[in-house]
Design a protein around this ligand. Structure first.
Ligand code: SF4
Ligand code: SF4
Length: 472
């Protein structure tokens, strides 16, 4: 429905999706099924299958991807990163960012046009369903003017069902497919929190794809905002060849034509899902979906001119005809990416089967026992990275007169879990020098992990034959 308003009109359009009176300009693009659309169709459905299957398929008994935010555990293709893997995750995230910089510098917004879930689901699921139920652009515009009828209500009902499916796919990445199936097969009353989460995510998906649509790309997505920084004159863009197209003029026979090749049919504009005119130059709203290329190529075919008036090009190529993608920033990004990925692979290969952290006990740093020995409490935190349950034996590695008292020894840790236990190390006062004594602990499970950890226990500072200070 087209919104109306009594607000004063702006002198010119501020956003392609706003009318001059500030009301929403609803986009009803005319689908152009040219050669790029057919390639994008195949790519999109391959991606939809991939997005759907990733949380369902398993490797080493784990989903291909699981982002367990509450536990801060992230699984990617069989490898699980625990909260202690901050460095690895940092390397991975940094590599992803540099990869995005590199891809954008070379290929522009190819992600937006070809692979972003927003575009993929909008243009290859929701939009085709909309056309199937309501008809093409003309019929949709008529419906906008008339007000909703049964077909529009049916469309929203179908959108809601698709949004519920998408919401479950999305949630599976965060809660796991197995848990999601349990939620889905049980009564909402048995899992009220889960039901609310699923309903809320479905509502968000519905809002996004039924109403908000291209606004997500134009006003909500930070990547669109970044593009002016990431693109340069030699990045791949979808561009209009003004040198060939101008001056534009309505079509006449080829031999009678003195103007440029653009016949001002505006089919490139009516095909655009973000409502811009590509002939105005590179714009932030352009998601490089190639619909204007397909629309214009079809026109060129019909009037017998060469395709490519609107095409994949670069600003530099449009200005001087030279196409070259190699430049310093591409080399620098590539070099940084290789270093980052190398460091990530090296750190990943060197990852041990467990992580052990020694922490001082809470409260007093040490106590003097009735027999004069000094006791330190330590907390031992063990993260089991293996796929099996493991029992970790904690032992003192040498040191005369030292004694370990560990109520939970060995400590059993489930796969992928972290456990903490408390232990006491006692030592004679003579073991301390300047209030400290070195100790070493061996922690191992006899299968895939053994590590010797150095630690310093605290005690009274010795002075002469007596003690300086005392236990708390
Ligand atoms: S200008 Fe062309 S490539 Fe850009 S969003 Fe519109 S139709 Fe897609
Ligand atoms: S589709 Fe091609 S010919 Fe038609 S207005 Fe757009 S650029 Fe010009």
């Amino acid at each position: 429905m087209v919104a109306t308003s009594n607000a004063p009109e702006a002198e010119e359009r501020v956003l392609s999706t706003l009318n001059r009176d500030g009301s929403r300009r609803v986009m009803r693009p005319k689908l152009s099924k040219g050669h790029y659309y057919r390639r994008r169709f195949v790519t999109a459905w391959a991606l939809i299958a991939t997005f759907t299957l990733i949380p369902i398929l398993k490797l080493n008994g784990k989903p291909l991807m699981l982002l367990d935010v509450p536990k801060r555990e992230f699984t990617f293709f069989g490898a699980t990163f625990l909260p202690t893997d901050t460095f690895l995750l940092m390397l991975l995230l940094f590599s992803i960012f540099i990869g995005i910089f590199l891809i954008t510098a070379v290929l522009g917004r190819v992600w937006c046009g070809w692979a972003c879930p927003q575009t993929v689901y909008m243009e290859f699921v929701y939009r085709p369903l909309e056309i199937l139920i309501e008809g093409g652009r003309k019929r949709q515009l008529e419906l906008d003017a008339q007000g909703p009828d049964g077909r529009r209500i049916l469309k929203y009902a179908v959108f809601l069902a698709v949004s519920a499916f998408l919401a479950n796919t999305f949630l599976a990445y965060f809660v796991g497919w197995d848990r999601l199936l349990t939620w889905m097969s049980g009564s909402p009353a048995a899992h009220p929190g889960a039901f609310l989460l699923m309903a809320g995510t479905t509502a968000l998906m519905f809002f996004d794809f039924a109403y908000f649509r291209e606004q997500t790309c134009i006003v909500a997505c930070p990547y669109g905002r970044f593009q002016s920084v990431l693109l340069d004159r030699r990045s791949l863009i979808v561009g209009y060849d003004a040198g060939r197209g101008e001056p534009k003029a309505p079509w006449r026979k080829k031999e009678e034509r003195a103007a440029g090749d653009c016949i001002d049919c505006k089919l490139c504009v009516s095909a655009c899902p973000t409502g811009i005119d590509i002939r105005d130059g590179l714009q932030m709203e352009c998601i490089h979906c190639t619909q204007c290329i397909d629309a214009c190529d079809e026109v060129m075919d019909r009037i017998g001119l060469d395709r490519g008036l609107v095409r994949y090009t670069s600003q530099a190529e449009l200005a001087d005809g030279k196409r070259s993608f190699l430049r310093p920033r591409v080399v620098i990004y590539s070099a940084i990416l290789v270093v980052m990925l190398g460091a990530f692979a090296f750190s990943l290969a060197g990852k041990s089967a467990a992580d052990v952290t020694l922490l001082r006990g809470l409260g007093a740093p040490f106590t003097i026992l009735p027999d004069g020995r000094v006791s330190n409490q330590i907390r031992i935190k063990i993260a089991n990275r293996s796929e099996e349950e493991r029992s970790y034996l904690i032992e003192l590695a040498g040191g005369s007169g030292l004694e370990l008292i560990a109520p939970e020894n060995p400590l059993t840790v489930a796969p992928g879990e972290t456990e903490m236990t408390a232990a006491f190390i006692t030592a004679p006062p003579s073991a301390f020098s300047d209030g400290e004594a070195p100790v070493a602990l061996t922690i191992g499970n006899g299968i895939d992990f053994t590590k010797v950890l150095d630690y310093r226990i605290l005690g009274p500072a010795a002075r002469g034959n007596g003690f300086e200070g005392s236990g708390p």
